[in-house]
Design a protein around this ligand. Sequence first.
Ligand SMILES: Nc1ncnc2c1ncn2[C@@H]1O[C@H](COP(=O)(O)OP(=O)(O)OP(=O)(O)O)[C@@H](O)[C@H]1O
Ligand SMILES: [Mg+2]
Length: 223
Amino acid sequence: MIQLKSVSKVYRVGPVKVTALDGVSLEIEKGEFTVLAGPSGSGKTTLLRLLYRDEVPTEGEIRVAGFDVTGMRRSRIPHLRRAVGVVFQDAKLLPARNVYDNVAFVLRVLGTPRREITPRVMQTLKAVGISARAQALPAQLSQGEQQRAALARALIKEPALLLADEPTGNLDEAMAEEILYLLSDIWNRGTTILLATHRATLANQLKRRTLVLDGGRLLKDEA
Ligand SMILES: Nc1ncnc2c1ncn2[C@@H]1O[C@H](COP(=O)(O)OP(=O)(O)OP(=O)(O)O)[C@@H](O)[C@H]1O
Ligand SMILES: [Mg+2]
């Protein structure tokens, strides 16, 4: 599902070079639930951004869900994004639209027939446990609910791969656990998951394969 070969990412900030990723090679199979761990600034978000081509690597090759991410034409990017769902630490919902519209928006962009949209959105909202809040604006939701809405938005297109960047970062322990439970549920239904977190305890608690980044290098890969 994911292959990286000697991937490096160097950011230039004025005269300063920042090496966010340094020669990372790894492989993740379809159907795996993998944790991407490492301290703040170790390159986790950078790696995820490379996977859905929000950024391009300075060096190396990347394949995701059958796409040659590094060599692909710009016009192919929407196809890649269709196969990859993304959830961020801050849910990044559209503030002026209610939960329903935040999720339905994705299907409208994909050109889904109108009569299919409502049932699919409601089913997905139900799956993440916020169908009762469909009419609420993001600001009217708790952080946990916002994160569920963001998950629904990522899942509505039925992605083969779900990238989650600190999806529990702003949540208290109980709510974080619920989101993790939801992720396990999504994984059980066949979605490949890559979950980035700097919370080492959380990474251990999950008892999944864990890739550890440090200073942009892949330090460990443990089952
Ligand atoms: N757009 C950018 N421009 C310049 N430097 C960047 C940029 N994005 C990230 N960096 C730098 O690259 C390094 C890795 O950042 P990254 O955001 O990938 O870390 P992270 O592991 O996600 O950290 P955190 O746990 O705090 O989210 C950091 O030193 C960061 O300052
Ligand atoms: Mg990050």
